[in-house]
Design a protein around this ligand. Sequence first.
Ligand code: SF4
Ligand code: SF4
Length: 337
Amino acid sequence: MDLETACKEIDKAFAENGETDNELNILLMGGEPFIEFYLIRQIVDYVRSDYKNRKVVFKAVTNGTMVHGEIQDWLLANSDIFKVELSLDGFEADHNKFRSNSYSQIDFSFFSNLSKSVVSTVIIPETLGKLSGNIIFLSEKGYTIKSVIADGVDWSAEANAEVLAKQLMLLIEYYLKHPQKYPFNLLSLATYCVDSSFSLPKCSPGFSSKAVAADGSELACHRCSAYYNTGEWKIPAEDIDLKEIEYLNDACKNCCVKDICNTCPASIASVRNHKEQSEMSCRFSKILFYANAYFHIRLLTECPDHIFFKNRDTKQKRAMLNGSQYILKHLNPEVAF
Ligand code: SF4
Ligand code: SF4
């Protein structure tokens, strides 16, 4: 993207956001964003000078390989407005499987010392069996962990479901024994929104957010770009605006977790026409929600002082207990825990 396009789109986003106090979040997507470090610097300078009185936060997810020297200095100097998350999958061998042997090029001391050290991990079939080891490794290093199960890879092996369930159980035991470790995102799902007056806001791509491609064309979401739709993983052309993409399959309408499942329209659109991928995605979701329900009940009954409950009031904790019991009663994870 050139600077002119970037500034024009930022102007539009501020104008659409109105003269409000609402914070504008600008996420810079790669590939690797810091390949364009000098452009990033110019964009941030532009926002600092022309939008002094507006609330804005930039974020970039980086593989860390270029974050050294002057980029580190710049990130520290701009930490009030610019946040980074590190793509890091766990132990060196597992990280390198998916990340071009880049582990040794990361300056971990820099990322660990940021005020909030967030890492993004991607789970692939080759690393699923080491999920608990990798998450515990990252947790022990003090990172906040956001994991995603990779789209567009072959999850069809029957054993994967069982492996996922076993790995989650190992992590549950770990978090129960470590009350100061906040559970990673896949064990922090919103069970309190099931059979409850709480609700989870759903992503409305194109409404609450939009994406802009390098040539300035507007997209519903970054995952609708040509960059993300190469190879085998594709959002069909008729769904590219991500409108009216509510459920993965017909069974969702009567599923007890439908309000907290299916939260990413791009994910649904990318797999719902592929029978095998769609079935596996549903199966994994059931395992995740079942594990969360089991975990949250144990946390509530065995570890009421766990850090997971910090900032949650009694009403939400009651809803969590009720929602979790509801899930265990009504959801069949189709795998033994
Ligand atoms: S678990 Fe499966 S059936 Fe239930 S809402 Fe999610 S995708 Fe639909
Ligand atoms: S559709 Fe999914 S990937 Fe796109 S903005 Fe929404 S939640 Fe994010």
